[in-house]
Design a protein around this ligand. Structure first.
Ligand code: PGA
Length: 251
């Protein structure tokens, strides 16, 4: 039985002070949820990571990006050893905003996923088609390529620990969430693809989230589906009260 996992992606929101106020309320709620089989996480900006990781005892704290090298001449980048030193145990890889604005590719995601797995960190690997790709009926082929190329060369033991987030780009921050039927179909397709590339046992272990305009009034519809194990939540994760309400809708 896979545990549920709901993660808030704060993007470029919240100062350190705001993050501190949030986690003071939120971490106790994470403790309650963990007992009910629901893991909660927050991906803040790099600056607020230590504030959260030094306070939170029950919440997965994840970076929004990471560099695959341990150190070197990579101005502006943050490495895995830097994250580990402050007890950050996860990282988002390949969010569509990073693919669109910072030229992330399946190949660069693959290098990051390999480095995270080698360091026993939990990756949240984002996949999903754009509106143009959807209109050309390419949703499945795009997502399949993201899975194949992103996970290339990663051992099945490590693949089993990766969280995949299916985030159709047309649904992110637009208020136009994918229907639970569409989300379930694609999450099922992702699981099938992993089964084909690895085996059934690995595919059954991978946790798959849906992301894109998840709100308090639609989250339960996703989590009720057999292949959807959680959600990656942007806008609705910014206020502790709203995010707690959202998670409460599936408890
Ligand atoms: P949204 O963002 O919930 O604001 O649509 C989701 C995401 O980008 O992960």
């Amino acid at each position: 039985m896979r545990r549920k996992i709901i993660v808030g992606n704060w993007k470029m929101h919240k100062t350190i002070r705001e993050a501190r106020e949030f986690i003071a309320v939120f971490d106790a709620f994470s403790a309650e949820c963990a007992k009910k089989g629901v893991d909660l996480g927050i991906a803040p900006s790099y600056l607020a990571l230590e504030t959260l990781s030094s306070t939170a005892k029950h919440t997965l704290i994840a970076a929004q990006n990471v560099n695959e090298h341990d150190k070197g001449a990579f101005t502006g980048e943050i490495s895995i050893p830097m994250l580990r030193e402050i007890n950050v145990t996860g990282a988002i890889v390949g969010h569509s905003e990073r693919r669109a604005y910072y030229n992330e590719t399946n190949e660069s995601c693959n290098a990051k996923l390999k480095a995270l797995s080698a360091n026993n960190m939990t990756p949240i690997y984002c996949v999903g088609e754009t509106l143009a790709q959807k209109e050309k009926n390419e949703s499945e082929s795009v997502v399949r390529r993201e899975i194949e190329e992103g996970l290339k060369g990663i051992r099945k033991e490590d693949v089993a620990k990766i969280i995949v987030a299916y985030e159709p780009v047309w649904a992110i921050g637009t208020g136009k969430n994918a229907s639970p039927d569409i989300a379930e179909a694609m999450c099922g397709y992702i699981r099938e693809t992993i089964k084909e590339l690895y085996d059934e046992e690995t595919a059954e272990k991978v946790r798959i989230q849906y992301g894109g305009s998840v709100k308090v009034n639609n989250v339960a519809g996703y989590l009720a589906r057999p292949n959807i194990d959680g959600a990656l939540v942007g806008g609705a994760s910014l206020e502790a009260e709203t995010f707690i309400e959202l998670v409460s809708a599936i408890l």
